[in-house]
Design a protein around this ligand. Structure first.
Ligand code: CO
Length: 166
């Protein structure tokens, strides 16, 4: 069993640009299982590897396409196309208790690898698309408040710095 722990702002690992996954193996599959447990315990809808201190390019997300409890893993994910701007109210397990509205693309075309090493290309809409963008940002060291307009961004960071930076 692998023990994983949620990293909370301002942990510096949340600010690193993650490296491509080289090996899709049993170890990654075990990390995926642990991430699913952690995400469900925390009642999250997505969780990226840097949030558990692993600076590699993968994340998990709820499957919003049906009513199943399935959680999808996205390995070496990329956005190929993006359009339709929407505002989404977002939060983050690494910044607990704080929410704000950021602009995202409602439709994206993506590429990623699954645990069997197969390359998938899919179109995502709505929540599936928004969560994908939020989690992909984590792989580049970007947190959702970074995407706020300047004034709201300053206010947001002032608030969370006061709460989390001790
Ligand atoms: Co997040």
């Amino acid at each position: 069993m692998i023990n994983i722990e949620l990293k909370i702002y301002p942990d510096e690992l949340l600010r690193k640009v993650s490296k491509e996954v080289k090996n899709i193996d049993q170890k990654l599959s075990k990390i995926y299982d642990e991430m699913c447990i952690l995400m469900n315990n925390e009642k999250g809808i997505g969780l990226a590897a840097p949030q558990i201190g692993i600076n590699e390019r993968f994340f998990i997300s709820k499957d919003f396409s049906n009513d199943s409890d399935k959680t999808i893993i996205f390995i070496n994910p990329e956005i190929i196309e993006a359009d339709d701007i929407v505002e989404s109210k977002e939060g983050c397990l690494s910044i607990p208790g704080h929410y704000d509205y950021v602009k995202r693309n409602n439709r994206i075309l993506v590429s990623y690898f699954d645990l069997s090493g197969k390359n998938e290309k899919k179109e995502f809409l709505d929540m599936q698309s928004i969560v994908f963008q939020h989690e992909l940002d984590h792989l580049d060291g970007i947190l959702f408040p970074d995407r706020l307009p300047k004034i709201r961004k300053d206010i947001f960071f002032k608030k969370i710095d006061k709460e989390f930076k001790k």
